[in-house]
Design a protein around this ligand. Structure first.
Ligand code: FAD
Ligand code: NAD
Length: 466
C-alpha cells in the first residue's frame, strides 16, 4: 500500500470558489495537509469576484436609488433630490469584493491551506501541474466551477455586447439594454440597470421567465417586472446580434418559427446560462471524461469514477448555486476524512434578489402534482401587516404539502425579504415538518414571515387574515 507521505498533500482542491475554498478549509480543519490551486488572481471564485457578491452590491445600491428617485421614499414622507454617482456605486462594489476575497486569503492562512497560484491540469490521477509546479496529492477535488454560455455567432466584446461580468461594470447607464434570457442573471442585472434609468427589454426563448421555478411564481413575477417597466418578448429567440458604431441590432424570431424582426440597443446582456469549466484540465490523463452536458459525474459521496478524485459545485450536475457548492465542499472534505458528509439535494433553496425577492425550496406545485396528491395553501403579502405597512404589497407565499401525510414538499414566495424567509421553510423541510407544524409555530409579529405561517394554515383552509 502506498505510503501517504509520498504525496505532497492529503488533499488538493482545484478551484477556490465557494465549493473549493470551503472544501479546503474544512479539510484543513480536519487535520489533512491541504492545498488549493486557483488560476484567478484572487480567491472566492465566480461568487465573490464576479457573481453573487458584486451583483448584490449593485442590486442593493440601485434599489435604494430607485426608492429615492422614483417616489417610494416620498410616499413615506422623505423628500430627496437624487443624483446618480455611478463611479461611487462601482467603488463600493469593488470594495465589497476586495474585502471578501481578502477574507478568504486570511482564512487560508489561519487554517494553513497552501494557495497554489496558477491553472491546474492533471498529469495522472494523483499529480497535477499548477503553472510550472508539479504537485501530488492522495485526494484531488475538482471544484472548477462554471463560465458563461456563449450564444452561437454572438461575440461578447464587453462594450456593447456583455456577459454578467461586463454588465456589472458598465461605465454609464445604457439608454436601451436588451437582456437575452429571462433567467436569474437577466432579471437581477436587468433590474439593476432599469432602476438606474435604462429602458430594459428581456428576450426569453420559453413562454415564461424563470424556468425551474413554480408556475404561479413565474407568472406573478413576470407581472411584477412588467409593472416595474421591464418589457418582455417571450417565446422569442435571438438569432443574430450585429454591432456597428457602438449600437447593436438584434434579429429576433418567434421560438416556434415565423417572421424575423429587429430590435436596436446600445447594450446587450447575454445571460442564457452557464457551462461547467473543464477546458485545459486534462481530465483524460486522470482517466475521467465529462458527460454530454460537460459535467463531471459523481456518486452520492461526491466521488468520481476514479479512486481518489472527487468533484463538487457548478462542475457537477445540479443547480449552479453558491450555497449548494459550499455545502458540498464541507461534505466532500468530511468524506475524504472518513466521516459521513451528506447534502440533501431535495432541500436547496433558490433566491432571485430582485425587489421583491423571489424564493423557493423543494418541489414546484407542477412536479409535486405529477408525483401524487397534494394540498396547497396560499397567502398574499397584501394581507401581511408588516408588508402592507411597509408599502410592499406585491407577492404571496405558497406552501405545498402531501395530501395524505401533510408533509411539506415545497414552499415558494415573492416578498421583499423572501430570501431570508425561505430559510425557515428549508429548515422545516429538513426536519420533515408538516404544514400543521409550521402553522402552529409561533412567529414574531409583525414580520413578513407570518405569511409563511398563514400560508401553512391555508393548507387546511384556516388562515386568519384573509
Ligand atoms: P466557481 O465559483 O466558479 O469557482 C471555481 C474557481 O475555479 C474559479 O475561481 C476558477 O478561476 C477556478 N478554476 C477553474 N479552472 C481551474 C483550473 N484548471 N485551475 C485552477 N483554478 C481553476 N449563486 C448563488 O447561490 N447566489 C447568488 O446570488 C448568485 N449570484 C450570481 C451572480 C452572477 C452574476 C453569477 C455569474 C453567478 C451567481 N451565482 C449565485 C452562482 C454562483 O456564483 C456559483 O454557483 C458558484 O460560484 C459556484 O461555485 P464553485 O465553487 O462551484 O465554482
Ligand atoms: P438561467 O439558466 O437561469 O437562465 C437562462 C435563460 O435563458 C433561460 O430562461 C433560457 O430559457 C433562456 N435562453 C436560453 N437560450 C436563449 C436564447 N437563445 N434566446 C433567449 N433566451 C434564451 O441562466 P443565467 O441567468 O445565465 O444564470 C446562470 C446560472 O447562474 C444559473 O444556473 C443560476 O443558478 C446562477 N445564478 C444564481 C443567482 C442567484 O442564486 N440569485 C444569480 C445569478 C446567477
Amino acid at each position: 500500500m502506498a505510503d501517504e507521505q509520498q504525496y505532497d498533500y492529503d488533499v488538493l482542491v482545484i478551484g477556490a470558489g465557494p465549493g473549493g475554498y470551503v472544501a479546503a478549509i474544512r479539510a484543513a480543519q480536519l487535520g489533512l495537509r491541504t492545498a488549493c490551486a486557483e488560476s484567478r488572481e484572487t480567491l472566492g471564485g465566480t461568487c465573490l469576484n464576479v457573481g453573487c457578491i458584486p451583483s448584490k452590491a449593485m442590486l442593493h445600491a440601485s434599489e435604494l436609488y430607485d426608492h429615492a428617485a422614483n417616489g417610494a421614499m416620498a410616499k413615506l414622507g422623505i423628500k430627496t433630490q437624487v443624483e446618480l454617482d455611478l463611479e461611487t456605486m462601482h467603488g463600493q462594489r469593488r470594495d465589497a469584493v476586495k474585502q471578501l476575497t481578502g477574507g478568504i486569503e486570511y482564512l487560508f492562512k489561519k487554517n494553513k491551506v497552501a494557495w497554489l497560484k496558477g491553472r491546474a491540469a492533471f498529469e495522472d490521477a494523483h499529480s497535477v501541474t499548477v503553472g510550472d509546479q508539479r504537485v501530488t496529492a492522495k485526494n484531488i477535488v475538482i471544484a472548477t466551477g462554471s463560465s458563461v454560455t456563449a450564444l452561437p455567432g454572438v461575440t461578447i466584446d464587453q462594450q456593447v455586447v456583455v456577459d454578467s461580468t461586463g454588465a456589472l461594470e458598465l461605465p454609464r447607464v445604457p439608454d436601451h439594454m436588451v437582456v437575452i434570457g429571462g433567467g436569474v442573471i437577466g432579471l437581477e442585472l436587468g433590474s439593476v440597470w432599469r432602476r438606474l434609468g435604462a429602458k430594459v427589454t428581456c428576450v426569453e426563448f420559453l413562454d415564461q421567465i424563470l424556468p425551474g421555478f413554480d408556475g404561479d411564481i413565474r407568472k406573478e413575477s413576470n407581472k411584477i417586472f412588467k409593472k416595474q417597466g421591464i418589457e418582455f418578448k417571450l417565446s422569442t429567440k435571438v438569432t443574430n446580434v450585429a454591432v456597428e458604431g457602438g449600437k447593436a441590432v438584434l434579429t429576433l424570431e418567434p421560438a416556434k418559427g415565423g417572421e424575423a424582426t429587429t430590435l436596436e440597443a446600445d447594450c446587450v446582456l447575454v445571460s442564457i446560462g452557464r457551462r461547467p469549466n473543464t477546458d485545459g484540465l486534462n481530465l483524460e490523463a486522470a482517466g475521467l471524461a465529462t458527460n454530454q452536458r460537460g459535467q463531471v459525474e459523481i456518486d452520492h459521496d461526491f466521488r468520481t469514477k476514479v479512486d481518489g478524485i472527487w468533484a463538487i459545485g457548478d462542475v457537477v450536475p445540479g443547480p449552479m448555486l453558491a450555497h449548494k457548492a459550499e455545502d458540498e465542499g464541507i461534505a466532500v472534505a468530511e468524506n475524504i476524512a472518513g466521516q459521513h458528509g451528506i447534502v440533501n439535494h431535495d432541500v436547496i433553496p433558490s433566491v432571485v434578489y430582485t425587489w421583491p425577492e423571489i424564493a423557493g425550496v423543494g418541489l414546484t406545485e407542477e412536479v409535486a402534482r405529477e408525483r401524487g396528491e397534494v394540498k396547497v395553501g396560499k397567502f398574499p403579502m397584501m394581507a401581511n401587516s408588516r408588508a402592507k405597512t411597509n408599502h410592499e404589497p406585491d407577492g404571496f407565499v405558497k406552501v405545498i404539502a402531501d395530501a395524505k401525510t401533510d408533509r411539506v414538499l415545497g414552499v415558494w414566495c415573492i416578498a421583499t425579504v423572501g430570501g431570508t424567509m425561505i430559510a425557515q421553510a428549508a429548515q422545516a423541510m429538513e426536519f420533515g415538518a408538516t404544514s400543521e407544524d409550521i402553522a402552529y409555530t409561533c412567529h414574531a409579529h409583525p414580520t413578513h414571515s407570518e405569511a409563511i405561517k398563514e400560508a401553512a394554515m391555508a393548507v387546511t383552509g384556516k388562515p386568519i387574515h384573509i
